[in-house]
Design a protein around this ligand. Structure first.
Ligand code: AP5
Length: 228
């Protein structure tokens, strides 16, 4: 393979399946996976300084301030484990975050390989998040209609309790979608302008969406080979 690094961003509205696909990609590609939502929720649970700075924003469904999150990701992309690439989920989410990431990567002599936009309608996102159940111990995710656990309220993987995330309450979901359209969706044009954007139709089963992503990555590799 001629592509030496695979530096990927997963972009898309709440509920589009970034986490679901990110977990699979992490296994398939054997690259570190950095999901800012997971990182922030862990910080809230552990009541660290980061968690204290993030909590009230997250509960309201607002984005946390850029300066709170930029350093967290800057450190990770500069780590030894990310030398061959990384998968970012939930970052960047604003134009200043995108510029900060670009700046950090270019200091390291690197750049993004592609930004995968997983596209779903607001109605589909609301439907999915209304039935999402998340395991309290390790964040494993289920969906009561599309991917139910074997036993109600119990995680199939580790047996811990399944709960509704605080920000999955219907009124907060609507606010998160507004925030997405207002602050994050402009990144679609930004990355299109940098020729990095790849659109994936997310309105299909998780297996089908994974297959669409796989095909996109194969195309990226072919294009990289042809460019040599
Ligand atoms: P975060 O945790 O990143 O939330 P999000 O972007 O809103 O994404 P979600 O986790 O809701 O959805 P997802 O796309 O991962 O979907 P999933 O795979 O779970 O962020 C939370 C908060 O942290 C933010 O609101 C903000 O406050 C803060 N934050 C994080 N990053 C930040 C940043 N960079 N800057 C500022 N603030 C930041 O799927 C959803 C459901 O659908 C699941 O139940 C799943 O089982 C099901 N599902 C998945 N795929 C399918 C399918 N194909 N068909 C049917 N069901 C499916």
């Amino acid at each position: 393979m001629a592509m030496t690094e695979l530096n990927l961003v997963l972009l898309g509205p709440p509920g589009s399946g970034k986490g679901t696909q990110g977990e699979r990609l992490q296994e398939d590609l054997r690259l570190p996976y950095y999901a800012t939502g997971d990182i922030l929720r862990a910080a809230v649970r552990e009541a660290t300084e980061l968690g204290r700075a993030a909590r009230e924003h997250m509960d309201r469904g607002d984005l946390v301030p850029d300066d709170v999150i930029v350093g967290v990701i800057g450190e990770r992309v500069d780590s030894t484990e990310a030398a061959d690439g990384f998968i970012l989920d939930g970052f960047p989410r604003t134009e200043p975050q995108a510029e900060a990431l670009e700046g950090r990567l270019s200091e390291l002599g690197r750049g993004l390989t592609a930004v995968l936009l997983i596209d779903v309608s607001d109605d589909e996102a609301v439907r999915r998040l209304g039935g999402r159940r998340t395991c309290v111990e390790n964040g494993h995710v289920f969906q009561v209609d599309f991917n139910p656990p074997e036993r109600d309220g119990v995680c199939d993987v580790d047996g811990s309790a399944l709960v509704v995330r605080d920000d999955d309450k219907p009124e907060v979901v609507r606010h998160r979608l507004d925030q997405y359209h207002d602050k994050t969706e402009p990144l679609v044009g930004y990355y299109d302008g940098h020729s990095l954007l790849r659109r994936i139709d997310g309105a299909a089963t998780p297996d089908e969406v994974a297959e669409r992503i796989r095909r996109t990555l194969v195309t990226l590799r072919l294009e990289a080979d042809e460019a040599i």
